[in-house]
Design a protein. Structure first.
Lengths: 270, 151
């Protein structure tokens, strides 16, 4: 069977493209880092990952210059045809700034605003817990994730607070089952307070998908939690594996997002 | 009664953000926009001697670094349409606290900050303001967390 082939789209200033590609390859897909100006044949890929970093140095606003790049017109068209698109951190910011997330209207409906937490302003980097909000299979990236499953995952951003001025939008997102992951405690309790909610984001939102479920913007980094060796020592799974290379190279829970992407492509795209 | 002081801080070196904004706007079809400038904007409410405050605030390295910044206490837009962008939920308390508690500006009552864009537009005044409004909405501002004002 033909392997899914993923384009990891690199914009000047990104810095997570190699980790994203590693997660793609480890999940059993083929992939390539494709520069923003190599648009020729981009539509031949089966799916797209927009990695994290600081595209265009976050000039004006995080993700906005990348969002205006012509390559996004092609990606948007391919997503409308059903191909999966995963935007991580800065990639998530671009998906929001180009209107693909939440994608209910043909305009920018949300923003990823500067973090707000009581102790630290600006960039914040730590390990957090996110809870899966939807039933398995509800979106392209959760085919192997149970509802209420907790995933240990890192965040590293200065602008991760999902906000909107549309008073009805949150209810629409809940009703449409577009909120895929929310920040929670280790036990899965969603508390709207620091440090459970690390950046003051609305409704503890960590990841949102479009209505169709094939485009997801996630602020935490699944590619940095795709191998057991990447997890912090405090996690049971890492603790059990320390000192045994074969165990440390095994997949960590966040890799399921990439494996889910693979399964979807095999079932629906190829 | 506190008095108001506005301060704009610009870069001595070429501002790559302003250049990127210009290039992006032109790619988006704003061909009448010929130049973009950007400065940091501060507004302070101060008790006491204003000249003394201005003298001191312009020497605070966190706002003005004499090696790379220029500053002014009035907005000189000349032919540029000025657009002031602020984050809606930035109450300025972080900046106020730093200046007051750490740097000794005890007469400071309130501090606000934002980004002041300047657009040089090749059009009549009325059309220029319309273009500036659209450029703000299409690129310079995300109204889900920011607000803007064309001055």
């Amino acid at each position: 069977m033909k392997k899914p082939n993923i384009a990891v789209i690199y914009f000047p200033g990104n810095n997570c493209e190699q980790e994203a590609l590693n997660a793609v390859l480890a999940s059993g897909m083929d992939g390539k880092i494709v520069r923003w100006n190599q648009r020729k044949d981009i539509e031949n890929y089966h799916g797209y990952v927009i990695p994290g970093g600081w595209a265009y140095e976050d000039r004006i606003r995080a993700g906005v210059i990348a969002a205006k790049d012509p390559i996004f017109k092609i990606i948007k068209k391919e997503a409308e045809d059903g191909k999966p698109v995963l935007g991580v951190c800065n990639g998530a910011q671009s998906l929001v700034e180009c209107g693909m997330i939440p994608g209910l209207k043909d305009k920018v409906e949300m923003a990823l605003a500067p973090n707000k937490n009581p102790f630290i302003s600006g960039y914040y980097c730590t390990w957090v817990f996110i809870r899966s909000e939807q039933e398995k299979n509800s979106c392209v990236f959760t085919k192997f994730t149970d509802k209420n499953e907790i995933i240990t995952i890192p965040i590293a951003h200065g602008e991760g607070k999902y906000v909107t001025r549309d008073k009805d939008l949150l209810q629409k997102l809940i009703k449409n089952k577009q909120i895929i992951f929310r920040y929670s405690t280790k036990d899965g309790k969603v508390e709207d307070k620091f440090s459970t909610n690390p950046n003051g984001t609305t409704y503890n939102i960590a990841a949102i998908c479009n209505k169709k479920g094939n485009v997801m913007a996630i602020m935490p980094h699944p590619e940095r939690a795709s191998f057991v060796r990447q997890l912090p020592d405090i996690t049971q799974i890492k603790n059990n594996a320390i000192g045994r290379i074969s165990e440390e190279e095994k997949p960590a829970p966040a890799r399921k997002m990439f494996e889910s992407m693979k399964k979807y492509i095999e079932e629906e795209i190829i | 009664m506190p008095k108001t002081v506005e301060m704009v801080v610009g870069l001595k070196v070429p501002d790559t953000t302003a250049i990127t904004a210009l290039q992006t706007l032109q790619k988006l079809g704003f061909n009448k926009i010929k130049d973009v400038r950007r400065t940091f904007y501060y507004k302070f409410s101060v008790d006491g001697d204003l000249e003394d405050f201005k003298n001191k605030i312009s020497k605070v390295d966190i706002l003005v670094n004499a090696n790379k910044h220029t500053f002014d206490f009035e907005i000189k837009s000349k032919d540029y349409i000025p657009i002031l962008v602020k984050n809606i939920d930035d109450d300025g308390n972080g900046l106020l606290s730093t200046l007051k508690n750490r740097l000794g500006f005890i007469n400071l009552k309130k501090a606000e900050s934002g980004v002041l864009w300047g657009l040089l537009i090749n059009a009549e005044e009325k059309e220029s303001r319309k273009i500036a409004d659209k450029a703000a909405k299409d690129l310079l501002v995300n109204e889900n967390y920011q607000e803007f004002m064309i001055l």
